[in-house]
Structures are given as structure tokens and as C-alpha cells.
Design a binder for this molecule. Structure first.
Ligand code: ADP
Ligand code: TRP
Length: 327
């Protein structure tokens, strides 16, 4: 059985792009028989950039609640918070000592981040080693990631191979990256790819008033209400078509082409589709966010499963590296 593992950053409340592009496909995949899926919230990676404890905590819960509200079944998937498995920090140290310094110094994402930031902490530099530990600790075979993470997977493979050469071939599973080229790109409210870095997101878990504000803020051109409009070029239509049933999309297309139908009308319809289409998710999300004890309990189920495996791997590494068993 293939173990499939991936980590999710906890840098904010997931937006529509995250949900359609990452959460839904992963929830579907995790229900596939033959996959032993591990999914965790990378809240220790977030500490490279987040300094407000309340925000750090809230984001982790928001991400957990979003996944659970989107249908993730904690009995089918090992779902946990990275920081609940302290073994990962110890493994990070051992791995780091077999990681060539230039490999980290030359990593694209480190170079990008260190060019952008005024203060560069060592955690940013060490980020890929923690990521390698996330993966190697659980003997993962396959790691689904976005293109931007492929180099981190190469680093993980290099570290695993170096360790295996030094301490025996069966110390670590050397994992494969899996990049899904088919994933859709959800456009943002300004037509660029939806991303929290562009400030162009729709966050379906927000209270209706705030979601409405985001929908009303979608950028449109200045074609007057009575004129015909090109649906293909409009951001409201392009979002609507991702979510609405075919006949409703067709009706809206005709409305655009005919004229006498304004962007305000289209935005109203889009908001309705968001509210109706995600009604269950929104309700569940609110329920979970107001009962953090329940969220903690669900995450603890995963943490216990994860730790049982982490302890075995770490004992193997310690033994081979020359440390004794822990009493
Ligand atoms: P952001 O761009 O908002 O920072 P992340 O890089 O944290 O989002 O992405 C987390 C996951 O969501 C990734 O798997 C990514 O591929 C997916 N994702 C993000 N934005 C979109 C989008 N606009 N359309 C489809 N998938 C997206
Ligand atoms: N760095 C990944 C990202 O930014 C998140 C992550 C952390 C991860 N650890 C991981 C992904 C381990 C896959 C496997 O998206």
C-alpha cells in the first residue's frame, strides 16, 4: 500500500482557489482504496514568518476546520498538526547534519524569500530540512505537491539517499514527488490567479456580509448595463461558471450577450451560488470554529497515529547514528 503524504501551510483561512484546487481533490483522493494518506498542517513551517501567537493558533484551527468541513474523514486519513509530533524536530537535526550547506543556500525558495525580506532568519534557511523530516519520518512513498515545491522534494531525496549511503539502504524510503498538471486554476477577483499574496481572494467561510463585500469587489469593465457583454472576458462570469450548474451558466451567458443585464446582477447570482453551493461547508466550519475542543480531539486522533510511526522511525535513526534507545 502506497503511503501518500502532504503538508498544508497554515497561513490564513483557505480561499476558493485552495478549496477547488487543493482541498477537494485531496479529500477525493484520500478516500481512494490502496492509499494510506497522511495529511498535516505545517504549523512549524509557519513560524518562519508568523510572530503573533493568536494568529498562528487561529490559522491552524481555520485550516483544520476547512478541511474537515470539506469532507475530510479522520478515520480514512491520518490528519494531524505538525507541532503535535515533536519527533520531527529531532529528526530535523539529524538530517541537517547530513545536508550540504550549499544545497540549502542555493534553494530557489530560500533565495526568493531572502531577497524579499529585510530580516532573514535561520528557520527560513532550514525550512527544507524540516520538510524532509516531515516526509522521511513517516516512510512516505508519494508526496503530492505544487510545482513550487519540487525542488524541496529533490532536497528530501538527496538527504534520504545520503543517509541511506551512510547508515544502510533501508533507513529511509526515498520519496517521489507527484505534481498534478491537471489542477484547475481558479481566477481571483481581479482576473489573476487567486492567491492570498495578490489580495484577490473569495473566502467562502466568511460571514455572508464579508463574502458579499469580496464578491462586490470583483473587477469588471465599464460596459453600461444595457449593452451586450463578452462573458468570456469577465471575472464574475468566469467564477460563476466554475460553480453553477450548466443550465444556469448558459442562461447567464445569454444574459451577457443580450445586454440589459449588469455586472451587479451577475455578482448577486454568484453570491447566491456560493452561499447555496457551500451551505453545508459554511455551517460545519462555523460549528467547528466555535468548538475548538472538538477540533483538538480530531487532531489528536491523527497525532496519536502519526506519533506511533514517528517513534519507530526515530528509534531506527538514533540506533544507526550511534545513539542508544531511550529509556
Ligand atoms: P496562495 O497562492 O493563496 O498562497 P498556496 O500557495 O498556499 O495558496 O496554495 C495552497 C494550495 O492551494 C496549493 O495546492 C495550490 O496549488 C492550491 N491553490 C492556490 N491557489 C489556487 C488557485 N487560484 N487555483 C487552484 N488552486 C490553487
Ligand atoms: N512547504 C510546503 C508548501 O509550502 C508545505 C509542506 C511542509 C509540505 N512540509 C511538507 C508539503 C511535506 C509536502 C510534504 O506548500
Amino acid at each position: 500500500m502506497a503511503r501518500v503524504l502532504t503538508g498544508i501551510q497554515s497561513t490564513g483561512v483557505p480561499h476558493l482557489g485552495n478549496i477547488l484546487g487543493a482541498i477537494r481533490p485531496a479529500v477525493r483522493m484520500s478516500g481512494t482504496p490502496g492509499n494510506d494518506a497522511f495529511l498535516f498542517i505545517a504549523d512549524m513551517h509557519s513560524f518562519t514568518t508568523m510572530r503573533d501567537p493568536q494568529v498562528l493558533r487561529d490559522n491552524t484551527y481555520a485550516v483544520a476546520a476547512s478541511w474537515l468541513a470539506s469532507g475530510l474523514d479522520v478515520n480514512a486519513v491520518t490528519f494531524y498538526r505538525q507541532s503535535d509530533v515533536p519527533e520531527v524536530a529531532e529528526l530535523t537535526w539529524y538530517l541537517g547534519c547530513l545536508t550540504p550547506y550549499p544545497m540549502l543556500a542555493n534553494a530557489h525558495s530560500f533565495k526568493d524569500k531572502s531577497d524579499r525580506l529585510s530580516a532573514v532568519n535561520a528557520g527560513l534557511f532550514y525550512y527544507p530540512v524540516l520538510m524532509a523530516a516531515d516526509i522521511l519520518l513517516y516512510d512516505a512513498h508519494v508526496v503530492p505537491v505544487g510545482k513550487d515545491q519540487v525542488q524541496h522534494l529533490e532536497i528530501t531525496r538527496d538527504i534520504a539517499s545520503a543517509f541511506n549511503r551512510a547508515y544502510g539502504d533501508d533507513t529511509f524510503v526515498v520519496p517521489e514527488a507527484r505534481v498534478d498538471k491537471e489542477v484547475m486554476t481558479v481566477p481571483g477577483t481581479d482576473g489573476q490567479k487567486m492567491s492570498k499574496s495578490y489580495n484577490n481572494t473569495l473566502i467562502i467561510f466568511l460571514p455572508e456580509k464579508e463574502l458579499k463585500k469580496q464578491v462586490m469587489g470583483i473587477v469588471t469593465d465599464s460596459t453600461p448595463l444595457e449593452d451586450p457583454k463578452d462573458p468570456e472576458k469577465d471575472n464574475v462570469f468566469n467564477l460563476f461558471r466554475l460553480l453553477a450548474p450548466d443550465d444556469a451558466v448558459e442562461t447567464m451567458r445569454q444574459n451577457y450577450l443580450r445586454g440589459g443585464y449588469g455586472y451587479g446582477h451577475a455578482k448577486k447570482e454568484l453570491l447566491q451560488v456560493l452561499m447555496d453551493g457551500f451551505a453545508n461547508e459554511r455551517a460545519l466550519y462555523q460549528e467547528l470554529m466555535t468548538d475548538r475542543g472538538e477540533l483538538d480531539r480530531q487532531l489528536q486522533v491523527g497525532a496519536a497515529k502519526a506519533r506511533a510511526i514517528a517513534e519507530v522511525t526515530l528509534a531506527r535513526v538514533r540506533e544507526r547514528a550511534g545513539y542508544g534507545a531511550r529509556r
